[in-house]
Design a protein around this ligand. Structure first.
Ligand SMILES: O=C(O)CCC(=O)C(=O)O
Length: 303
């Protein structure tokens, strides 16, 4: 896969793209900076705030994390961000697949500021990302050398220690298993066993956290002591033969009804079609057997 060069008029990462790929391969984690410019970040925040006001029922103002669906139908900037050629090159190269899919529609998530949660240590939350889920690979069968999932989380706000930057365990993808039960018991106190190696994914606004989906991580709403929302667009990325995490059809229909496609650069439009709307491909002969799932009715996305 040929490495793309910076494109005139498009914000671009500071370092050669091979550096980010090398980091991802070496550590299962990298931060690709410079994917969304300041003006676009401001527009995304403004339009997201409008969308939040229309949500029914209204989400809680504190101590919560929720999704604002259908971003590709209401923000051209979201479409541009999730198809940034530099990020897509890193994702495709890491997966070793040119045909890739988003396994749910790009998910704008809002981490509300903590209030009652401040000083608390809520249990649970530790997980690995799709497709490394128990309903896909039962019995922790993740032993292949090939990688089947990479997470691509765009930071609309900077991720900082004090606004609840995602907690993770460096190198945990190498364990090739779901986090042990003890991780989800008794709350997370960073620096104290079993969470002594836990760190936070700190990154500037406009960058993407890209990590191997097997990485043990957790949203930490109790640590958003900033008094402000923390916005991010989450994407679970897999080779195109892996089945979706959820039924993407409603998102595709909303996108088509929005007429957004007509406003997009043709390259962005083509990528959105492939990543968000296209059917999966048949698995290659050497693909691992994964569990199939029938999607029935609308389902709340738990990411
Ligand atoms: O919002 C966060 O901090 C965590 C994100 C997460 O858990 C995920 O992408 O799977």
């Amino acid at each position: 896969m040929e490495c793309p060069s910076p494109i005139d008029g498009m914000v671009w990462p500071a370092r050669p793209l091979d550096d980010y790929l090398g980091e991802l391969r070496a550590h299962g984690y990298t931060v690709v900076d410079g994917l969304i410019d300041e003006a676009a970040l401001e527009r995304i925040k403004t339009v997201t705030a409008q969308q939040i006001r229309q949500l029914e029922p209204a989400p809680p103002a504190f101590d919560d994390r929720f999704g604002v669906p259908h971003g590709i139908a209401w923000s051209q900037d979201v479409c541009n961000a999730v198809t940034h050629p530099a990020a897509l090159w890193v994702l495709r190269a890491y997966l070793g697949a040119s045909n890739i899919r988003f396994c749910h529609q790009p998910a704008m998530t809002v981490l509300r500021p903590a209030k009652d949660l401040i000083g608390q240590f809520p249990e649970e939350g530790w997980h690995a990302d799709y497709p490394y889920h128990p309903d896909v690979y039962p019995d922790d069968r993740w032993q292949d050398d090939a990688v089947y999932g990479v997470q691509f989380n765009l930071c609309i706000d900077a991720f900082r220690a004090e606004n609840g930057a995602t907690q993770y365990v460096p190198d945990s993808h190498l364990r090739r298993r779901w986090p042990p039960r003890a991780f989800n018991e008794g709350g997370t106190r960073m620096g104290t066993a079993p969470h002594n190696k836990v760190m936070q994914m700190v990154a500037p606004a406009g960058s993407a956290l890209i990590y191997d989906s097997r990485t043990w991580h957790r949203a930490c709403p109790e640590l958003n002591v900033s008094g402000e929302d923390r916005l991010a667009i989450l994407n679970a990325v897999c080779p195109a033969w892996v089945r979706s995490m959820v039924d993407k059809q409603a998102g595709t229909e909303r996108y088509r009804a929005s007429n957004m496609a007509a406003q997009l650069d043709p390259k962005v439009r083509d990528e959105i079609e492939a990543l968000c709307n296209a059917d999966r491909l048949p698995p290659p002969a050497d693909a691992p057997v994964i569990l199939e799932k029938q999607f029935v009715g609308p389902r709340k996305i738990q990411i």
